[in-house]
Design a protein around this ligand. Structure first.
Ligand code: NAP
Length: 320
């Protein structure tokens, strides 16, 4: 395969990345860096991809057939995320475009964050903080703002891949037993496999770790909330549309579950308006992998994929 010279090769990067990471990309091509704080429009993406050999994309860019077709010279789409539901992978493949993602490097960071949300939801941290900041705290009281203990309870993991497993390994530190609902041959010593139905019915905390696919879209909707314990908490660090947000607001209003903590939303950055006024849901802005170390590692891996492919080598982490 003939390798184009650096000056003939142009690479689109859809968000600011650390300069040390961009320097590695410059070894294989000229960079067209989008500097906006919000994602570029679909039209701009379509026009800027023309003539590019590679694109380093974020989960906020919809790399759909129109974008892929506009990129006639495209060899690789390197997504800086482990989920790749923003890319039409089938269409990219049909056009001979390689799609890569960034597994593993963010697993521990997202697992830590998931436990942060579990603890914050069950111990009512954001609710308590709002009371203090509003000047509404009247002082210590025996029965004030009591939360739920984790020790001895069941954590139900939906999806037992890299992040689900990493969440499970932290459970013994909190005295929590783990159950999981997964597909295929997935298993984990010290965790009990069960159907999704039973998991929803018996878990004190349900945490979602599946990718967004046609099968998992609205996996958790009204029927699921009706099965859950009234004392249960729902945690989502996977993708927003795995939960029917309107149904979640209804379930929280009806007190069908005790609480929820969300990192991801159906229509980011919009949040279902009913959720915004509820005290029993903790809302954070898609920060699961958000540490300097992890985001740099993700960008590094995406760039290493681009460098490999544009140098005629196999991608390091192609999507399965
Ligand atoms: P992973 O290793 O691919 O794990 C996903 C697991 O879900 C796989 O074991 C998969 O099984 C299973 N699964 C798929 N569909 C299922 C279903 N219908 N029912 C039960 N299990 C199902 O991915 P990961 O690295 O753990 O990441 C999981 C997801 O987390 C990503 O796809 C991404 O959307 C999200 N994420 C979010 C953040 C954040 O910032 N909040 C950061 C990183 C990742 P198979 O192997 O059989 O397909």
């Amino acid at each position: 395969m003939a390798i184009a010279s650096r000056l003939d090769t142009s690479i689109l990067v859809t968000r600011k990345l650390p300069s040390s990471v961009l320097a590695k990309l410059e070894s294989v091509g000229l960079i067209d860096l989008y500097l906006g704080e919000t994602p570029m429009s679909h039209d701009e993406l379509r026009s800027r991809i023309v003539g590019k050999a590679a694109v380093v994309s974020m989960l906020t860019e919809q790399i759909d057939p129109a974008v892929i077709d506009a990129g006639q010279d495209l060899k690789i789409v390197a997504n800086v995320a482990v989920g790749y539901n923003n890319i039409d992978v089938g269409h990219a493949r049909s056009r001979g475009v390689i799609v890569t993602h960034t597994p593993d490097v963010l697993t521990e960071s997202v697992a830590d964050f998931t436990w942060g949300l579990i603890l914050a939801a069950t111990r009512r941290l954001s609710e308590g903080e709002r009371v203090v900041r509003a000047g509404a705290w009247k002082g210590w009281a025996f029965d004030f703002m009591l939360g739920a203990e984790l020790r001895g309870k069941q954590l139900g993991l939906v999806g037992l891949g890299r992040i689900g497993r990493a969440v499970a390994t932290r459970a013994p530190a909190f005295g929590v037993r783990v159950a999981f609902a997964a597909r295929g041959a997935a298993g984990l010593e010290s965790a009990e496999p069960m159907s999704l139905d039973r998991l929803l019915n018996t878990s004190d905390v349900v945490s979602l770790h599946v990718p967004l696919t046609p099968e998992t879209r609205h996996l958790i909707g009204k029927p699921a909330f009706a099965r859950m314990k009234r004392s249960a908490y729902l945690i989502n660090t996977s993708r927003g549309p795995v939960i029917d947000e309107g149904a979640l607001a209804w379930a929280l209003q009806q007190r069908l579950i005790a609480g929820a903590a969300l990192d991801v939303y159906e229509n980011e950055p919009a949040v279902h308006p009913d959720l915004l006024s509820l005290e029993n849901v903790l809302l954070v802005p898609h920060l699961g992998s958000g540490t300097t170390e992890t985001r740099t590692a993700m960008a590094d891996l995406a760039v290493a994929n681009v460098v490999a492919v544009l140098s005629g080598r196999p991608a390091l982490t192609p999507v399965p």
